[in-house]
Design a protein around this ligand. Sequence first.
Ligand SMILES: Cc1ncc(COP(=O)(O)O)c(C=O)c1O
Length: 398
Amino acid sequence: MEYRGLIREKRSPRTTFLPFALPYITQAEIDEVVDTLRSGWLTTGPKTKRFEREFAQRVGAPYALAVNSATAAMHLALDAIGLQPGDEVIVPDYTFTATAEVVVYFRARPILVDVDPVTCNIDPAQLEKHITPRTRAIMVVHIAGLPAEMDAIHAIAKAYSLPVIEDAAHAFPAKYRGQMIGTISDFTAFSFYVTKPLTTGEGGMLTTANPEYAERIAMMTLHGISRDAWKRYTSEGSWYYEVLQAGYKYNMTDIAAAIGLHQLARSEWLLERRRAIAQRYTDAFSRLPELETPLNPAHIEHAWHLYMLRLNLERLTITRDAFIQTLTKASIGSSVHFIPLHLHPYYRDMYQLAARDFPAALHAYQRVISLPIYPSMTDEDVKDVIAAVEQIIVAHRK
Ligand SMILES: Cc1ncc(COP(=O)(O)O)c(C=O)c1O
C-alpha cells in the first residue's frame, strides 16, 4: 500500500460509535423546558411569541411565524399564494421529499428540475426552461446550508411574476451577498428538526415581509380561527372565536419554543463550531485528488448544516455504499443527502420521470457522503473522521 505521506497521525481505532448527528442541548434548554412545564402553559403561548420575535430580529424579517415543521411552513406558504389543483410549482430534484410533497397536497404538480453539478442547488438555466403558463411558484432549496444563486432565480421569478419560496431547512443562519436567508424571497421556511442547525426537537419557522401573507398564515396555522386564537385562555382573551377557514393544526408548542430560545441565543457560536469543523475537513481532504470538497464561495455565508464530500469514483476501487460501510466499521456515522426525488417510486411513477433528465442530480447522488459535523464533536472526533476517510482512500485508490 502506497501512503504518499498522507496520513499525518496514526490513530488507534475508536471504541465508541460517532453518531452522524447530535443536537447540542445544554442546561439552559433543560431549565427552560422545566420552567415551561411548571408554568402550566405547554402549548402555543408567551414563549412561542417571544421565539417568533427573537427569530424575526435575528434574521431581520418583518414577520416570523412559528410552526411545528418546515413541511408545515412550506404548506402554509403555498396556501397563502392560493395554489390550486392542476397548477405547477418548480421544485429542485435534489432535495428531501417535503419540498415536493407539499405541492401534491393541493393536487398540484411539482415540476422537478435538475441541479447545478457543483452546488447541487437548483440550476437557474434549467429552471427557466420548465416554466409554463401553469407555473405558480418557484421553490428553492439551499442544500447543506449553501445558499442558491438567488440573483439569477429572482431575475427569472420577476420576469414571469412568480413568487419564490425558499426551503431553508438547512440554511440557518446563512447569507447570500450579505443578506440573511429569510429576508430575500416572498417566503422562507426553516426547519428545527432534531438534526438541524437550530433544533426544537420538531419545529419550523416561516418568514415573510408581506403583512397579508403573515395574517393568513397565523390564522391557517391554528385551524383557520380568528386572530390571536391562542390567547383565548388568558385574561386578555375571550371564549368566543370564529372559524374563518378550514385551517391546519401546525402551531408550535411553548415546550419546543423553550428549547428554541436558547438555541437561537447560541446560534452564532454553533455556526462557528460547524464552520471550524468544515474548515478542518476541507484542509485535509482537498489534498486528495480522490475527493471533492464542498464549494464555499466568497459571496455567501454557508450554514454548514451538512458536509457533503464527493468521491471521484473514477480514481477509486470502492463504491460509495462500500465506503459508508467501511466508515461504519471504523465507528464513524455518515449519511447520504439526497436520493434525488426522481429515483423515488412515488415521483418516478406518478410523473413518469426518467433518470436521463436529471444527470447532475444523479451523478452527485452516486458519489456523495455526508460526514458528521456538529458542535459537540471534539477535536479528537474530527481527527478520527479525517483519519478514517484518509485510510479508506489510501486503501482503495487506483
Ligand atoms: C431540504 C429539506 N426540506 C424540508 C425538510 C423538512 O423539515 P421538517 O422535518 O422540519 O418538516 C427537510 C428535513 O430533513 C429537508 O432536509
